[in-house]
Design a protein. Sequence first.
Length: 358
Amino acid sequence: MSQSAPRITALDFARALAIFGMIIVNYKLAMQAENGGSTWLIAIAGLFEGRASALFVVLAGIGVSLMTMKARGSMDKELIRHNRISLCKRAVFLSIAGMLLLLMGWNADILHFYAVFMLAASVLITVSSNKLLGLYTIILLASQLFLIVFDYSKGWDKSFHTYLDLWTIEGFSRNLFLNGFHPIFPWLCFFLIGMWFGRTRWLDLATRPKVLLYSLSGTVVFEAISYSLITWSSPVLDTEAATYLFTTKPMPPTMLYVLSATCSSIAIIAVSLYVVDKFQNSLLTQALINTGQLSLTHYIGHVVIGLGFLEAVGHLDNGSLSFAIAYGCSYFIIAIIFSYVWRKWMKRGPVELIMRRI
């Protein structure tokens, strides 16, 4: 697959959309504003739940495939080794960054999960595309089984905001693999499908309409299946059990959630390709591309700076959904402006530069 400039910048554009969605979801979570606000605000905020971060991970998988394309194509042992070392170094950096965020009290961190995805990628560079799909299927089925076999609520407080035994070996392992905010089972599936997609030509101009149609149709179909299964099985299992097994919300992350979120992520990437192709000379499009290029900086910044400011002024636990969305949108606008100005002078973002030098 050609690493053309429009293709790469379109991924950055989609990454900016993912960051925006994650900011909205995380600010709503941090301000404990899940249920407060008007119906339409709740509906809008709900659209981003589990979708923005899934898109972020899918894009990471695509990025790794593009980065390792030359090594995979040539099967040059030295180049493969170099790519594996690079991915392992990134994993270490992301792990440290994620642990620091956890120590700061940010329980919804994705970076330490992201680190495991990078380690997996270092092993899977030369694995065939069919084996990637096979591994995706195995993890997806195993994850659904784990929801039945294991107690998903173990370790969580009643609000599912705080993991009570996170800083124990057992608790951290359970959180990382089974029931954290982005557990390896099944969140590794998003990364694997991204790696697979990055190796194909499905995002080329000729096949892009089919990708958009199939992904949008898949999202609708899996959402319909979820609704039907919950409705039909509720009289037998009770509503709570039926929702637990067949929901498309991210907690618990069911098989239907992964399939639906995978389809919606691919659809957003396809739309981003269309937008960048048509409006690549637009100032707003370029600014969003710049924002996506600084995604790691903005992820850490929206926690440390955005939430840190609210905590400093005593307005963090306000419970207002309207304020959470307004604050999130305002922060993202500032992030866009910062990114556009920063990229005029620097090739990489502040955190990206630190990671690169280390």
